[in-house]
Design a protein around this ligand. Structure first.
Ligand SMILES: Cc1cc2nc3c(=O)[nH]c(=O)nc-3n(C[C@H](O)[C@H](O)[C@H](O)COP(=O)(O)OP(=O)(O)OC[C@H]3O[C@@H](n4cnc5c(N)ncnc54)[C@H](O)[C@@H]3O)c2cc1C
Length: 288
């Protein structure tokens, strides 16, 4: 491994200033769960590692009905999994965390880190996308907010510039009669994910007022299945309509064949997972 200088940050301002100075010579270190593997494999060789893990300004979780949820980038998977607030307000997030890696990885890995790493098989992006999340990016030059659905650019690539930090994840409060669910499939428990699907269904007077479907591991980036969503919107939902939406989502997916599964198999899984997630979201919307 190439030698690098380790720099431990205490404030956001300090981190932004160094990122602005070192640009592509530096890498941000949060929980290190993905970054250390890349370093060990010599897939990256930064001159400086800027450790943000101890910046208190990036570690918080606030909620109010008007502003929704705001969570610092350093919030760990384990904090999300265990949060009583999230269990009450955004049940799908703690539920999803139960199928993310091991407790050790969840203890270290952060939500900011998993989003910026942008592995197309990541679990937390699809539920965050159907929850209409946005992320706040900050640099020495200012800040901007980007919808998560527009955050991922390509395999392991996001809109984050080399001088920017992801500092906050924002999720609006859920409207009444809304349900959200996530489903994934791996060939072995805790193994490589083959496909994943999240669904959000919002009801008004028995009709589907809004629907969102997001897929992972079946395209270079976590993606919305927009045609599938249109099939559901404005109609009374039943099994037949959900089946049609699931078929549309499978057609929209852009999976590859690799050593874990064929593209055809992944498409078939999308059908099954979208159906399961949409039915579960519908049940939850009816019950809420
Ligand atoms: C054994 C193992 C199993 C796993 N299984 C799963 C799984 O089942 N499901 C799943 O979804 N994920 C899984 N993961 C991935 C895991 O979720 C991520 O590795 C972890 O969340 C990354 O967060 P981190 O804080 O460790 O990021 P780091 O490894 O520190 O950083 C990752 C990348 O993001 C950048 N970065 C980090 N934070 C910021 C920030 N705030 N602003 C700008 N850039 C930033 C870093 O520079 C780096 O490029 C697994 C990982 C391991 C090691």
């Amino acid at each position: 491994m190439r030698e690098f200088e380790y720099l431990r940050m205490n404030t956001l301002q300090e981190a932004c200033s160094l990122l602005s100075e070192y640009k592509d010579e530096a890498k941000v270190l949060a929980g290190g769960q993905s970054l250390l593997t890349l370093l060990k494999l010599n897939m990256i060789s930064p001159s400086y590692l800027i450790d943000i893990k101890f910046i208190p300004e990036l570690n918080y979780m606030d909620f109010d009905e008007k502003e929704g949820l705001k969570m610092g980038a350093l919030t760990t998977h384990r904090t999300v999994e265990k949060s009583p607030l999230l269990k009450e307000k955004f049940t799908v997030l703690p539920e999803t965390e139960l199928v993310v890696a091991s407790v050790q990885t969840r203890n270290w890995g952060t939500i900011g880190g998993t989003l910026v790493h942008a592995d197309p098989i990541g679990d937390i992006a699809p539920p965050l996308i159907v929850l209409d999340s946005r992320v706040k990016l900050i640099s020495a030059d200012g800040e901007r907010t980007v919808p998560l659905a527009e955050f991922f650019v390509d395999f392991f690539m996001t809109v984050v510039e080399e001088n920017e930090l992801l500092c906050e994840i924002q999720i609006p409060a859920l409207p009444a009669h809304t349900g959200v669910a996530y489903q994934k499939f791996s060939t072995i428990e805790a193994g490589i994910k083959i496909a994943g699907a999240a669904a959000m269904v919002s009801l008004d007077d028995g009709l589907c007022k809004d629907a969102k479907i997001a897929l992972s591991a079946v395209a270079p980036v976590p993606m919305r299945a927009l045609k599938a969503e249109e099939i559901l919107k404005g109609k009374p939902l039943d099994d037949r309509l959900i089946e049609q939406a699931a078929q549309a989502a499978a057609a929209e997916a852009d999976p590859v064949t690799d050593m874990h599964a064929t593209d055809e198999y992944r498409r078939e899984l999308v059908k099954v997972l979208v159906k399961r997630a949409a039915k579960m979201a519908l049940e939850r919307a009816r019950a809420s």
